[in-house]
Design a protein around this ligand. Structure first.
Ligand code: FES
Length: 335
């Protein structure tokens, strides 16, 4: 565990006070605890102070200790023990917490850290030139199934590629972080399989599933959005026509089609759809122009994922030199 110290005096403000709204909230929060146990409110109060100021200042720690009738050293112990408390100023627009634990590391967290170093600062916790951004590496954030991921504020951004993280950082730098969709950054519903459903694929199976009380309760529990519950009808109208001029040319199925599932973002279902379109080789995908990519993206209802996952770049590498070339270009094995 790293040594955690308060920020240098030069950064410490002279005083701290909760704003009006937070002061009311703090009083109510303290009252939730039984008589004589009010000090238990220290963590929520410190978190609220951090949300208000961006980080936990010495003045905030002492003010909260006074509110809870605690010795300063006890409050300092809490602030310095829990790593979610930022003891130094962080970026005013975003502090990017990159998960570096095993599942995220295996899925490309190192690439995300490289982006943070190049876009924000070479050193974790040091801010960028205008003080708007900072970053750190953190332990597992509980979203391993959609690794790799980062946390910014209270939100997670999952299924990231370095390119997507760059876009997200740019948006926060421009003060437009609120416009970025949180959660999975690919066309996945929560932690459902990437590339679409892998079970209950037939209409008959779906009907049986819906009729089943248990399955229905489960479906409600996971609050599957409408886009997954009834996508066929809703999307049929928007789906580009198979006769559209931008549809990429298909070919006859070769004796040995390429394993399109090596492209990140292509699962068994998507590969099946690509085959139906006559797409069987990396070279075909590598040759897609923008309009063709847009057509396929619309046909798969991917909402930009083909660009985000860099299908063309992946396909180019695989077509040029298979897995070895892919590793050379992306620094990791294809999935
Ligand atoms: S390992 Fe990264 S979220 Fe769990």
């Amino acid at each position: 565990m790293s040594v955690r110290r308060l920020a240098e005096d030069q950064f410490q403000p002279a005083a701290f006070a909760f704003n009006k709204e937070n002061a009311v909230w703090a009083e109510k929060t303290i009252q939730k605890y039984p008589d004589g146990r009010q000090q238990s409110a220290i963590i929520p109060l410190m978190m609220r102070a951090q949300e208000q100021e961006g980080w936990v200042t010495k003045a905030a720690i002492e003010t909260i200790a006074d509110m809870l009738d605690m010795a300063y050293i006890r409050a300092l112990e809490v602030a310095t023990f829990y790593t979610q408390f930022q003891l130094n100023p962080v970026g005013t627009r975003a502090h990017v917490q990159v998960c570096g634990t095993t599942p995220c590391m295996l899925r490309g967290a190192e690439g995300l850290i490289k982006v943070c170093k190049s876009r924000i600062n070479d050193h974790a916790f040091d801010r960028n030139a205008d003080g708007t951004l900072s970053w750190e590496e953190v332990e597992c954030q509980g979203a391993c199934v959609n690794a790799p991921m980062v946390v910014i504020g209270k939100d997670t951004y999952e299924d990231l590629t370095p390119a997507r993280l760059e876009e997200i950082i740019d948006a926060f730098a421009a003060g437009k972080g609120h416009e970025i969709q949180t959660g999975p950054q690919i066309d996945r519903v929560f932690s459902a399989p990437e590339g679409g459903l892998t079970s209950l694929l037939s209409d008959e199976a779906k009907a049986k599933s819906v009729a089943s009380k248990t399955a229905k309760a489960t479906a409600e529990a996971v609050a599957t959005p409408p886009s997954e519950i009834a996508p066929e009808k809703a999307d049929a109208a928007k789906k580009p026509s198979l006769d559209d001029k931008d549809r990429p040319a298909g070919i006859e199925r070769p004796a040995q089609p390429d394993d399109l599932q090596l492209i990140s973002g292509v699962g068994p279902k998507i590969e099946g759809t690509l085959h139906e379109l006559g797409i069987f080789t990396f070279a075909q995908i590598a040759s897609w122009h923008e309009a063709e990519r847009h057509w396929v993206d619309g046909y798969l209802n991917f909402k930009g994922r083909i660009e985000r996952d860099e299908w063309v770049r992946q396909a180019e590498a695989l077509a040029k030199g298979g897995e070895a070339e892919y590793i050379k270009v992306f620094g990791k094995k294809p999935r």
